[in-house]
Design a protein around this ligand. Sequence first.
Ligand SMILES: Nc1ncnc2c1ncn2[C@@H]1O[C@H](COP(=O)(O)OP(=O)(O)OP(=O)(O)O)[C@@H](O)[C@H]1O
Ligand SMILES: [Mg+2]
Length: 378
Amino acid sequence: MNNPFEYGAAVSGSAFCNRTTETADLMSAIHNSQRAFLYSERMMGKTSLVRRVLAGLDPEKYVAVYIDLWATDDEASFITTTAREISQAMGSDASRVLEVAKRLFSRFSPKVSLDDNGIPKVSFEYNPTAEQARQSLEEVLAAPQRMATESGKKVAIVFDELQRILEYGDDHVERLLRSIIQMQRNVSYIFLGSRKHLLQDMFLNRKRPLYSAADHFPLGPIKVEHWLPFIQQKFETTGRQISKQVTEQICLLTQGHPFYTQHLCHAIWEKLAAGEEATELDIQRGLQVLLARETGAYSTLWESLTVNQRRFLYGLAVEDHPVSLYSRAFVQKYRLGNPSAIQRLSGALLKRDVIDRDARSFVISDRFFRLWIRERED
Ligand SMILES: Nc1ncnc2c1ncn2[C@@H]1O[C@H](COP(=O)(O)OP(=O)(O)OP(=O)(O)O)[C@@H](O)[C@H]1O
Ligand SMILES: [Mg+2]
């Protein structure tokens, strides 16, 4: 029997839990041809969510293009990646894909081959000069509008790992994106990526081209009430049991963060024999396995922190969320001097991604590190 809990890559199908409201919100953003900036802490499920949303769009009415910019490192690779995904989004028929690619991107000399699953893959023989690249960029970014007009459908473009464009050397792509996304009709754009600070700066900093160019869609943890049926059903369909109470305990420990919840469930399930029921003791056992694996890295990180940073983190780890950090009680209890120190401490830890902001307070980014800290005596 395979472990039913998946963590690491984006999840889909039966491995995907809830997100009903978020899915509806993004669908309506696409329907209204909005521009959306989807952001969250690391591994909160952004990629899984947008892929789910795109997969749910009616192909009779929408053309969905998912563009992962992870592998791009300059303007030329941005251009070819975008052009490739746009062409491939036009269908599963190789000759149709080639026809679209030739029409939209004639000077890139497109070619189509079939992958192992028989799905058409586009490649380009394209080695532009800097000047040609500049022109091609405009051509590529104009393509979504042409698709919308020619097909009579709405077009949804997703740029994932958008922070990569910051490494292209100049802000040409960013500036051009700004100008085209505002002019296009019946085209929606969803922007996301795995580096929240960098992306927030792109959309929140007045000096940046994309400043206020998109509506904000924050993504938070999954609620216990949604995890409950999901987790219980996964145990049951694989011949194991888990009570409501034990499931709630898991969600409390992971704060409902999707990656850590799946990871912990995976570890607990792994230790159960067929027919067994998971207990609180199994949670502890599963957690011990996970923490033991990370303890080297966690110790090194802990050692690198100042005494006050450790006290601050300890307080954040043991108190119930949301923690009122600026309160005198918190500062006194964890011997942090005075409330003005909090700003400096949180600033330094934010910069190192040890903590993150959420809607109400701060959270320790790595939920297992949080649990590791809670077990410390000092
Ligand atoms: N809706 C969901 N249901 C169940 N598990 C989920 C869900 N969304 C995310 N996960 C879990 O979280 C992990 C990370 O998901 P995903 O890659 O979509 O997050 P992300 O926010 O795009 O991450 P990154 O910040 O690295 O880009 C998945 O491997 C899965 O374990
Ligand atoms: Mg992602």
